[in-house]
Design a protein around this ligand. Structure first.
Ligand SMILES: NC(=O)c1ccc[n+]([C@@H]2O[C@H](COP(=O)([O-])OP(=O)(O)OC[C@H]3O[C@@H](n4cnc5c(N)ncnc54)[C@H](OP(=O)(O)O)[C@@H]3O)[C@@H](O)[C@H]2O)c1
Length: 244
């Protein structure tokens, strides 16, 4: 079964920037699937966003669990027959800890969500995205993942580079993953981009961010709804491209 209505899946959308992205995409008339690893939190977010008449639904999804990822893809296939927008938003951080004191196990744990989770979800959803007339994939990266910034001793983010190796390098890897998907999928008209929402106050940074999650969602929505002449294989903040 396929429906004319556009459908978007956002991973880790039960709170933070993912939830605000869901709110904004739903306000555009898109059916939004809130991917959440926790049923109660996922249902609560979907219910909150449905309050203003939007079509928002909860889909159980733990991006580190292949069975959960496969089940989500099967559910979306049965309910909609395709997927138009995938926002790989779910992420975790670890630390603070100096790079020299960071264990491989800690890095592995962060990569399971921030890198391997993105690959698992993208791989599972691609058959559905390929059935869309204009599929878009947006990967939630961070300026902390920019190698150009990491290599710049004067970077405003250097304090973070010295204590957040797992998170920062996971976003660098995610940027590379983004480019390689974009290269392959360009001829099919599937646009794949990485975005940085800016420093937003969420649970991820114990609400120390200076922007709101609503503000952070703006660039995600822009790329998720880009026209066919939109960018692909790019890395964007709200005010323009970020150096890799
Ligand atoms: N906040 C910032 O300043 C900032 C800056 C740059 C980039 N970002 C990026 O923006 C994205 C959203 O972050 P946020 O700040 O909104 O953080 P957040 O409020 O902590 O939200 C993270 C979301 O990811 C979910 N999640 C974590 N592990 C998961 C898993 N295995 N499966 C499914 N969902 C999982 C969390 O679910 P639970 O509720 O179950 O934990 C939560 O819904 C992340 O990719 C982050 O790296 C944020």
């Amino acid at each position: 079964m396929t429906t004319p209505q556009k459908t978007a899946l956002i991973t880790g959308a039960n709170k933070g920037i993912g939830k605000e992205t869901a709110r904004r995409l739903a306000a555009l008339g898109i059916t939004v699937l809130i991917g959440s690893r926790n049923t109660e939190r996922g249902e609560a977010a979907a219910e909150e966003l449905r309050a203003d008449g939007a079509d928002v639904r909860f889909v159980p999804l733990d991006v580190t669990d292949e069975v959960s990822v496969r089940a989500a893809a099967e559910h979306i296939d049965a309910a909609f027959g395709r997927l138009d927008i995938l926002v790989n938003n779910a992420a975790i951080a670890a630390g603070p800890q100096k790079p020299s004191e960071t264990l491989a196990a800690t890095v592995r744990q962060v990569y399971e969500t921030n890198v391997f989770g993105v690959v698992a979800v993208t791989h599972a959803m691609l058959p559905l995205l390929r059935r869309s007339a204009a599929a878009r994939i947006v990967n939630m990266s961070s300026e902390l993942g920019s190698l150009a910034h990491q290599a710049d001793p004067g970077s405003p983010w250097s304090a973070y580079y010295s204590i957040l190796l797992p998170y920062c390098t996971s976003k660098s890897a995610l940027n590379a993953v983004t480019v390689l998907y974009a290269n392959e999928l360009r001829p099919e008209g599937i646009l794949v981009n990485a975005v940085s929402p800016g420093y937003c106050a969420t649970d991820l940074n114990r609400h120390s961010g200076t922007r709101t999650p609503e503000e952070g969602a703006a660039v995600v929505v822009d790329l998720a709804t880009a026209g066919e002449d939109g960018p692909t294989g790019a890395f964007f903040a709200e005010d323009g491209p970020i150096p890799w």
